[in-house]
Design a protein around this ligand. Structure first.
Ligand SMILES: *Cc1c(COP(=O)(O)O)cnc(C)c1O
Length: 361
């Protein structure tokens, strides 16, 4: 070799495929591909950003102190145990890098978020996958896949792309059965939408555990995906570790003020939650009525099940002809499926009308 080459394993990583936002020949599209907010951010965010442009020449607060204080206040947590990041995806990468490397294993669930194996491989660690049952995380399978080399267990609850969840009770039992040296990372990107009575955020569990990290994001219910703000609630020891490796100014100044404004507008968050609580069941029922089953979802999206791979692909192509972009999930091994984000009312109705024509219903 007479050219630079990456560390072993890097070229085995399949690049993440973001949801598309354009279709050739369509000036306007309906994008239901990335679980973005149907309502967009609080209108207060725009004014806040406009008012913060006088100091663009100054570095942001590297500790995001005011945002962390606001998060601590809103969630009843200790600010010194909160860390902000450039989206929660950055936190996933930092955790994998800090806690796993060559010779270690990172464990996750079969249809778990694809950022986990990417981050694990980027860190040089081996990826171990535990099978699911009914498109749902199976705690027994995760426990059965533990080895002496397991360092991190990533678990999204509710999960993306399936939308399914495990109960608070199951999560607590899973944690109780884990060796204390295994870091349990509970990714709660959709926690604010989760409305099942048996669902529990892991924030309470994390309060007293030495090996639990909870991830949250401003990309979903808060509608700030463009600004890249995530945060985690961690044991103090984990905060200390992450502060040694993170990029110093990982959350921009505009992102910090925008997130504070979004957090403060409780009415807007409630409107987004209520919108989803109304339209997710509507969409599931409408799809069911035309012969498309969906997995029970606690997120702002549905995993739609088609007859086979060919039908899923044809449905995707049909939707695109109608200017509608949903998310193929074959990269997850979900070849008969498409993931559909809950949109605005007009978007949801257009999606169902298009799929009804496709199904001949
Ligand atoms: C969308 C999503 C995230 C959030 O990613 P950001 O980097 O914060 O935009 C994290 N985890 C899961 C499971 C998601 O679906």
């Amino acid at each position: 070799m007479n050219a630079p080459f990456p560390r072993a394993g890097i070229l085995d990583i399949a690049p993440y495929q973001p949801g598309e936002s354009k279709i050739a020949g369509h000036a306007r599209v309906i994008k239901l591909a990335s679980n973005e907010s149907a309502l967009g951010p609080s209108p207060k965010v725009r004014d806040t950003i406009a008012g913060a442009t006088d100091s663009l020449h100054l570095y942001p607060d590297s500790t995001a102190a005011e945002l962390r204080a606001a998060l601590a206040e809103a969630h009843g947590l200790e600010a010194e145990r909160i860390l902000c990041s450039n989206g929660s995806e950055e936190m996933i990468h930092m955790l994998a890098r800090a806690y796993a490397g060559p010779g270690d294993e990172v464990l996750y669930s079969q249809y778990g978020f694809i950022a986990y194996p990417i981050a694990a491989r980027a860190a040089g660690a081996a990826v171990v996958v535990a099978p699911e049952r009914d498109y749902t995380t199976d705690p027994a399978a995760l426990l059965g896949a533990l080895t002496a080399r397991t360092r991190v267990l990533f678990l999204a609850n509710p999960n993306n792309p399936t939308g399914t969840h495990i109960s608070g009770e199951s999560l607590r039992a899973l944690h109780a059965a884990l060796p204390p040296r295994v870091l349990l990372v509970v990714d709660e990107a959709y926690a604010e939408f989760a409305d099942a009575t048996d669902y529990e955020s892991a924030l309470d569990l994390a309060r007293s555990a030495e090996n639990v990290v909870v991830l949250r994001t401003f990309s979903k219910i808060y509608g700030l995906a463009a600004l890249r703000v995530g945060w985690s609630y961690c044991p103090k020891s984990v905060i200390d570790v992450l502060n040694r490796i993170r990029c110093t100014f990982n959350v921009t100044a505009l992102s910090q003020v925008a997130a504070r404004a979004a957090l403060a507008d409780r009415d807007h968050v409630e409107a987004a939650r209520a919108h989803n609580a109304r339209w997710r069941p509507w969409l599931a029922a409408a799809l069911d009525a035309i012969g498309i089953a969906t997995s029970p979802s606690l997120g702002n999206f549905l995993l739609a099940h088609f007859r086979d791979e060919e039908q899923a692909r044809a449905a995707d192509a049909h939707l695109r002809q109608d200017g509608i972009i949903v998310r193929p999930v074959a990269g997850y091994g979900l070849r008969h499926h498409l993931r559909i984000t809950v949109g605005r009312e007009d978007e949801n109705r257009a999606l169902v009308a298009s799929l009804a024509r496709f199904m001949g219903a």
